[in-house]
Design a protein around this ligand. Structure first.
Ligand code: ATP
Ligand code: MG
Length: 358
């Protein structure tokens, strides 16, 4: 049955898909008996940022509403690449609570902890690492970017090099059809697809070639403009845990665009503001200000006020929901236990197949 997965379809799954295509794909998924229809991961490296919400959580919530059953995993093994284990541990439950508060429903979306299936993940990472060269891994743009901006080859540990292989192991163990990632993860997805193809070519068609689901091709920039917004680069990030005063100060401190000039940073600020706006009239308000800015009017002070108001309203609502969810201290643990049980079954099954053919 598994060997026929890819033979049954010659469709190219390497292209990004749109929201409209998802329902058709859902049918294909069940017909071909993939184990997981849609998979996504989150590193417990810090509190979530608005970029994590817009790039990663919001699309999943939308798909969940359309009847898709996503699986989300908390990537604690990925997180120890550049965070201490104690720090990672401290964020695991928080990240799950964040996802639920942002709209994920554990009845529909299973959530598991990556290290709950560490045995399977690590074994498979080792096996997959044999299929890719050091030179190829060194060429991965994300690694080059990290080594340029956040880490140095002399001090970064070797997990950074293996990061995309570990990610491939997660995806392929789950036999996932679609992977929801932000723009920053596209290069890693190329590695996963490459490894799936190489595995299939060498050992027989076992893995469907996973497809990127980039619902919003969003790349939210750091408020400071140095690369993308990341939770491990707090100076340029707006966190969902920030209070109104902090948000306001961070936005005030952003570089003010010169009248008439649209730059990448301002575009990113407009994007955040419009995406988090609750009403059409708020979005119209933003459009009107940007129009005025483009014609050379000094309206950036006003824009920053609106940006602050919209973001603070969103965060306030989120924080109220999160407080409700975390009232029962055992709830998050029970969500993770249920998710991990299913993930473990899938992983064991896949790994048995892998070992058989290898
Ligand atoms: P870290 O600094 O630990 O890497 P991060 O903010 O990059 O933190 P991740 O846990 O790596 O967050 O990624 C979680 C999800 O958020 C991924 O799907 C990722 O693509 C998405 N994401 C992260 N940053 C951005 C961004 N700036 N714009 C859009 N999506 C993003
Ligand atoms: Mg990241």
């Amino acid at each position: 049955m598994i060997n026929n997965l890819d033979k049954n379809t010659k469709k190219d799954y390497t292209k990004s898909s749109t929201m409209e295509e998802i329902q058709t794909k859902k049918k294909e998924v069940s017909a071909m008996q993939y184990k997981v229809e849609l998979l996504t991961g989150i590193r417990p490296t810090g509190d979530l940022t608005v970029a994590n919400y817009l790039g990663a959580v919001s699309p999943i919530v939308e798909l969940q509403a359309q009847g898709v059953s996503p699986v989300v995993f908390v990537a604690d093994l990925h997180a120890i690449t550049d965070s201490e284990m104690t720090t990672v541990k401290q964020y695991i439950h928080g990240v799950v609570a964040d996802y639920i508060a942002l709209g994920l429903d554990p009845q529909k979306t299973k959530i598991y902890l990556q290290s709950d299936i560490a045995g399977e993940v690590n074994t498979f990472t080792t096996l997959l690492a044999r299929l890719i060269s050091v030179a190829e891994l060194l060429r991965v743009p994300t690694l080059k970017d990290k080594l340029k901006n956040n880490a140095r080859p002399e001090t970064a540990n070797a997990l950074l090099l293996l990061y995309p292989v570990l990610m491939a192991a997660d995806i392929l163990l789950n036999r996932a059809k679609m992977i929801a990632v932000g723009e920053d993860q596209l290069a890693h997805m190329e590695v996963t697809r490459l490894l799936a193809r190489r595995f299939n070519k060498r050992y027989g068609e076992l893995f469907p070639i996973p497809q990127v689901l980039q619902v919003n091709a969003l790349r939210i920039l750091s408020l400071k403009g140095e690369g993308k917004m990341s939770k491990t680069n707090p100076r340029g990030a707006i966190f969902l845990t920030d209070d109104a005063k902090t948000v306001s100060n961070k936005i005030k401190a952003t570089e003010t665009a010169i009248e008439g000039v649209m730059n990448k940073k301002l575009e990113s600020h407009v994007l955040i503001t419009k995406e988090l706006a609750k009403t059409e009239s708020e979005r119209d308000e933003v459009d009107a200000i940007i129009m005025a800015h483009k014609t050379g009017k000094p309206v950036m002070g006003h824009f920053k006020q609106i940006m602050t108001r919209i973001i603070c309203n969103f965060i306030e609502e989120f924080q109220a929901k999160r407080a409700e969810i975390t009232r029962d201290p055992l709830y998050i643990q029970s969500v993770l236990e249920e998710g991990s049980k299913i993930a473990k079954e899938n992983a064991i099954e896949t790994l048995e197949e892998v070992k058989k053919v290898m």
